[in-house]
Write a protein that binds this ligand. Sequence first.
Ligand code: APR
Ligand code: PHB
Length: 389
Amino acid sequence: MRTQVCIIGGGPSGLLLSQLLQRKGIDTVVLERKTKDYVLSRIRAGILETGMVDLMREAGVAERLDKECFVHDGTVISYGDEHFGINFKDLVDRTVVVYGQTEVTRDLYAAREAMDGKIVYNVDGVVIHGADSDAPYVTYTVDGTEHRIDCEFVAGCDGFHGVSRQTIPLTVRREYEKLYPFGWLGILSETPPVHEELIYASSERGFALCSMRNENLSRYYIQCSLSDHPGDWTDAAFWEELKRRIPTEAAEKLVTGPSIEKSIAPLRSFVTEPMRWGRLFLCGDAAHIVPPTGAKGLNTAASDIHYLYHGMVAHYLDGDSEGLDRYSEKALARVWKAERFSWWMTSLLHRFPDQSEFDLKMQQAEIAFLRTNHAAQVAMAENYVGLPY
Ligand code: APR
Ligand code: PHB
C-alpha cells in the first residue's frame, strides 16, 4: 500500500490527525493494534480546552459535542471543609468543556467511517523503517500475514507503550520522567454529579476529585496507594473514603450507587525529546504523559496535532516545510508548560508519604495564596483553560 502519512495508533491523536488531513485532501492510513470496541472501552478524562474543541470543529466532528457537552465557567478547590471557586470566566473570560474522551474518540471513529477513512485494526509487529531516509515505510502483520505501507511521513500516535518512540535511537532521544508515590482510584457511577462544577479536594487523608460525564453519569477519583488493587475497594469503602475527603456540605449531598467501572491509574510525568526524527513525528502519549490532576493529557495531544496538521498542510499545499521543521520545538514548548501545571496541581493537592510538617505548611500557604490572590487565580485559570497554541 502507499499513502502520504502513515499514522500508528487509532486513539484520539491518530484519529483526529487522520480526519483533519483527509479533509485537506492529504491521504492517511491508521494502523491500530486493537479493535475499535477495545479502544472505546478505555475510560479516560473529560475536560476539553477551547483549542481541542476548535480542532474538533475544524475536523467537522463537533456536532454531538456541542449538543451534549457541559460548559464550565469554573472549578472548586476544597481544603478540608473549606472551599473556594476559581471562576475562569471572570478571571480570563474563557471556559472549559466537559465531554468524555471516550465520546471524543467515538465521534472521531464515526467521522472516519463517514469519510471511508482507512483504518487497519488488530495490527501486530508494527515496524517503522527508514524514518531517517526520504522513503520511509511501515511493515506489520494482520492474522500472521505481512503487509507493507510506503509513505512520505509517519505519525507516531501509538501512546506511551507504542513502538514509535522506541524507533528514535537512544543516541538522539532524551527522556525526562517523574513517578508519583500514589495512584488514582477512579469509579464511574450512574448517579447525578454531586456539584455543578468539578471539585478538586485536598484533605489530610489525601486527594479526591468529583467530576462528571452527564446529568446521570459521574466520575470520582481518590488518591490511593500504588500497592492497592481495584478489588481491594468495595463500592461502599470508596464512597465512605470519598465523603471523608470532600467538604461536609458536598458529602451530605453525594448520591452514591454501584460503580460501573473501577480502575487505578499510576501518576507519572514524562517527556521525550525531540518529538521528530527525520520523517517520524511523535504526538500525544507517545511523546509525553502528565498526571491527570491538571486535565492536560488529551488537550496536550491536541496541541501536538494542531502543530503537525498545520505543518503537513503547509508542506503539501504550499511546499513550505517550516512548520514541520519547527514541529518538535513548538510542540515541546507547550508540552513543558502543561507538564509544569500538571506537576504543580499534583504537588499542591496530594499528600506525599514522605511529606514533612514543613512541606505541609508550604501546601497550606500555597492554597491560602491561591484562595486570596487575584494574580495567582488568573495564572491557574489561564493554565487550566489552556495556554494559547
Ligand atoms: N501498533 C499499533 N497501534 C498501537 C501500538 C502499536 N504498536 N501501540 C499502541 N497502539 C494504539 C493503542 O492501542 C491506542 O489505541 O495506539 C493508540 C494510542 O492511543 P492513546 O494511548 O489514547 O494515546 P493518544 O491517542 O495520544 O491520546 C492521548 O489518551 O491516555 C490518554 O491522557 C491521555 O488523554 C490522553 C490521550
Ligand atoms: C475526569 O473527568 O475524568 C477528569 C477531570 C479532570 C481531571 C482529571 C480527570 O483533572
